[in-house]
Ligand binder design. Sequence first.
Ligand code: PMP
Length: 354
Amino acid sequence: MKKHNFSAGPCILPQEVIIKASEAVLDFNGLGLSLIEISHRSKDFVAVMDKARSLALELLDLEGKGYQALFLQGGASLEFLMVAYNLLEKKAGYLNTGTWADKAVKEAKLFGEVIEVGSSKDENFSYIPKGYTIPNDLDYLHLTSNNTIFGTQIKKFPKTSTTLVCDMSSDIFSRQLDFSQFDLIYAGAQKNMGPAGTTLVVIKEDILGKVTRKIPSMLDYKVHIDKESMFNTPAVFPVYVSMLTLEWLKNLGGIPAIEEINEKKAQLLYSEIDLNPLFKGYAHKEDRSNMNATFTLAEEKLKDVFDGMCKEAGISGLNGHRSVGGYRASMYNALSLESVGTLVDVMSELERKA
Ligand code: PMP
């Protein structure tokens, strides 16, 4: 039986995507060859890369607006330093909303002055700082739209003329935003897009070429743009699965359609968390993430019973990150409303039993 997969990432992907991907591993396009044993320069694979790149821009409504989409390697973690390598000349601003933002800050400090425009460290990142000032002499401002570990999500982005960079690893393609407010977006594939191994980078071309340092080719966005994301051998399988997932999303009705489902899932779970006296939400209500819901048990002694009931119901991947404890239900695009319903049923059953 397929489990209800609440894993934070790598995580659930649409079942039809997994089936198509496994077929392509056996025989791709009827070539008598596997997807993973053909040249990345073959016309069949070049078509995959082109389609993945154009679907990403189409779904984000960024076509014809000066943006390029790249599928790179090295995870979102490599983007922490590539962003700074390519954009940081003197000074950059970072909003510190948790572990990943903090890691991005650490890398950027190797390249120039970094200021934290705001931080929620004082409350173990359970909220999104607001009302912070953005100095007008920044090369860019870096934000993390969704904080996977703490379960917070930026709902309102600052209006600024500063170059805006956003790590959207854990909520890209999940909600409608004016994506053109960002100059650079990056996201590891392994949440809403595909298997680990490739990172989507969407970049407004005119922000490049402004730093004076020399950039090694592999870390230079311009090189990857010029080579149409094929400067070196791309991660062929993760790019193919990402393409299939983006196709799946497009057929479903794109971001507006998935946003509606994601809202329903989040509302269902958070209302149970709020109504059930045995559970307590971790993040401040107004900053709650629709992707990762973090919560704890009011009485630790119920843990074994609750864990056993979850196991029985086929619920997997619910353990919280060690820096928060408790539970984290990740409700990425491919997770069904029915799976969230199953979790909510178990939570209310626990209340009846306790
Ligand atoms: N940023 C965010 C918001 C993440 O959730 C993660 C991974 N969970 C990363 C960055 C790091 O991604 P990677 O492991 O692909 O380097």
